[in-house]
Design a binder for this molecule. Sequence first.
Ligand SMILES: [Zn+2]
Length: 470
Amino acid sequence: MSICQIVPPYILQAMARCEDPVLVAHAQRSLLHGDQVRAGRPASTVASHPRPAHAAPGGTAAPDRTIGDAQGKQTTPGTTVRTEGAQPTGDAAVDEAYDGLGDTWTFYSSVFQRSSVDGQGLPLLATVHYGANYDNAFWNGEQMVFGDGDGVVFGRFTHSVDVIGHELTHGVTQYTAGLSYQDQSGALNESVSDVFGSLVKQFRLGQSAADADWLIGADLLEPSVKGRALRDMLHPGTAYDDPRLGKDPQPADMAGYVTTTDDNGGVHINSGIPNRAFALAATTLGGNAWQTCGPVWYAVLTGDQIRADCDFATFARLTVTAAGASGVDPAVAPAVQQAWETVGVLAATGTTKPPADVHPKRSRRRHRRRSGASTPTGATTTSTITVTRSGGFAGLTTQATVRLADLSDDDTNAWQALLASPRLEQLADERNLPDAYIYTVRADDVDVTVSEPHLPPDIHGLFERTLRSD
Ligand SMILES: [Zn+2]
């Protein structure tokens, strides 16, 4: 007995069985491929890199790109297929990744005089053809990783340049503000990636704020999907409404703020609120967004005032302050202030009424360890287990609740052994990776969340088989 779903988290409990088991099997089979991220596993020292200067002392004047091909395995960096200066390969994913890295590098260099993601000319590495029918792209702390999509709902994740800009900006955030990938600071981390991902696209196309579509991932969705993109920054919550994806769950203001334990606290959902603030301010001001609000957001992200646990209200105030700095067009600060008021993060000017729910209750810790689940012999009393996969670039959730007795004997035994061991607890201590899938395992007094790239193949396979068991 199981419940199997691919739906937005906010209607997770309301949905019944998935409509298209073939599609689900496709998407989940993609996660079964053997090798886990090992070569690309982020070094524990990455997060503690000193904050670099804004500009690029010692940086390079051109990008240094390498594209690897995982050839359908879940491994990084894969076989090198294109390096800096080499001719196009004819493989669309390879060449889109190469071009998108170049566009993003050029954007940061031209607009902010920033040399690569670390400000010091860091070589850019991307792996494409990751996994089979893999519906995701993520930043693993050191490089970008792109799947080809399932070909039914999602196409290849290199197709939208804003997605490439989004992933690289996770690198910029890692080396600057270091926003914690959880709850409001995590939603800000996501929003900043959407903001600069969209600006990369606008800069490449020479689009004004009025001409921009403000969509994220418009080219990822296959034609049969009822939707324009994965996210709409100007109109959060309206990007798609499809039987397989559900309805875009992003709120447009704080009244719709979603408190959830999925997706690292709904980081891909609540990012709609700061996304809209940026898009509103930029479209109010007109002109090129990378010359109006873009520099304000960049100054905050790379400045010394922001902390890793920054919440929406603090970020908003920092942007208003940065917009009021000397040398900034005096029209910018009022537009930024007004935008944050419209989305309910800042109180309306001249009132004392606090904005709605600026400090929502933080969701609980991302993992809580069991106690006393096992007997002295190592056997457990667990009979039913719920596995949830959430997060990912699209912020979609899949869940299965199964009786262990309904699984194969091998998997039943594997679960019993896993729940009686400290392995899940150890894996839960690994840090979150932007846009990586996360798995939550709940059973009796077990409630553990782990990140996909950290999982050994045996555990990953067990999770995926359980998710698609019927
Ligand atoms: Zn992201």
